[in-house]
Design a protein around this ligand. Structure first.
Ligand code: DOR
Ligand code: ZN
Length: 343
């Protein structure tokens, strides 16, 4: 049987929620990944070190016995985050970064930043205390076309942020456009990006052609094929600025299969297998290990993992749902066949 053994990967961007959903989704991530960057967009958002430590404990309790998994916590940047808050976060071993959501950009982003210029003092503090800033890079004004929002964010905000804070380490999260790939590629080594499996595997036709498929709806939204091709080229290039971040974002199915459905694709059930599929299609399986297991750790200045995982070339059918009747999650590629399986 064909197999692929790589250093155990990490997921540099994930939503694991809390309560019942956390218990359903966390084992999927802990089985595959040694570490994951945990997004702070809970209700209420995780804005303090004390909240992050409580959330971290809840996550650790959901790790199945015998699995070794480390959650890396982030704090939610708001219009009132102070230098003192950032200093405390920098002093905490549990917190590794701050997340910037423009207000209204996505799920639970109401507490996000309405005026980006107004948080420049906080960005200065992040630069001073050497804490990375993770950015959901989309403008949020209602007149901007949803397919243009990432490109407009670069032009309206990101260029200025990068110019004003040259030592600030920034992860442009879940990039979806050729413009974002170009921006990150042309920037200094302080700027990196994560790429999701859905943006490598699908374009917007998966969401909209021949019927509307809510389980392919995430933000930033799937784009045209030319953008998907730019993302595949970046992910498989061996450029260490691009690394794995699933943005796995579980919502119960009833909140997605409705007149106004939530944004988020659930991919944690098969994350590394989905990436393997994308890399194999690009004839670049040899580039998967760097993308999945090395470059993110290097960017965050954490040690690379030393154990391995093995994938087998073996077909399996993705279940139609995970969780119980009250918390049913429809995974990406539900009911479809995948060709790689984690051993
Ligand atoms: O599709 C998304 N879902 N994009 C995000 O940025 C947030 C996420 C979520 O939390 O559901
Ligand atoms: Zn996310």
């Amino acid at each position: 049987m064909k197999t692929l053994t790589i250093t155990r990967p990490d997921d540099w961007h994930i939503h694991v929620r809390n309560g019942a959903l956390l218990k359903t989704v966390l084992p999927h991530t802990a089985k595959q990944f040694a570490r994951a960057i945990i997004m702070p967009n809970l209700k209420p958002p995780v804005t303090t070190v004390a909240q992050a430590l409580n959330y971290r404990d809840e996550i650790l309790q959901a790790v199945p016995v015998g699995m070794d998994f480390t959650p890396l916590m982030t704090l939610y940047l708001t219009g009132t985050t102070s230098e003192a808050d950032i200093k405390l976060a920098a002093e905490s071993d549990a917190v590794v970064a701050y997340k910037l959501y423009p207000a209204g950009a996505t799920t639970n982003s109401d507490a996000g930043v309405a005026n980006i210029k107004a948080i420049y003092p906080a960005l200065s503090a992040l630069e001073k205390y050497n804490l990375p800033l993770l950015i959901h890079g989309e403008v949020t004004d209602e007149h901007s076309d949803i397919f243009d929002r990432e490109r407009l964010f670069i032009e309206t905000h990101l260029n200025d942020i990068v110019k004003n804070f040259p030592a600030l380490r920034i992860v442009f999260e879940h990039v979806t456009t050729s413009e974002a790939v170009q921006f990150v590629s042309a920037s200094a080594n302080t700027i990196a990006a994560t790429i999701t499996p859905q943006h490598l595997l699908f374009n917007r036709n998966a969401l909209l052609a021949g019927g509307i498929r809510p389980h392919y709806y995430c933000l930033p939204i799937l784009k045209r094929e030319q953008h998907r091709l730019a993302l595949v080229a970046a992910a498989t290039s061996g450029n260490p600025k691009f690394f794995l971040g699933t943005d796995s974002a579980p919502h119960v199915s009833s909140l997605k299969e409705t007149a106004c459905g939530c944004a988020g694709c659930y991919s944690a059930h098969a994350a590394i297998e989905l990436y393997a599929e994308a890399f194999e299609r690009a004839d670049a399986l040899d580039k998967l290990e760097g993308f999945a297991s090395f470059y993110g750790a290097d960017f965050y200045r954490l040690p690379r993992n030393t154990t391995t995982v093995t994938l087998e070339k073996q077909s399996w059918v993705v279940p139609s749902a995970y969780g119980d009747a009250d918390h049913s999650i429809t995974p990406l590629k539900a009911g479809e066949t995948l060709s790689w399986k984690l051993r």
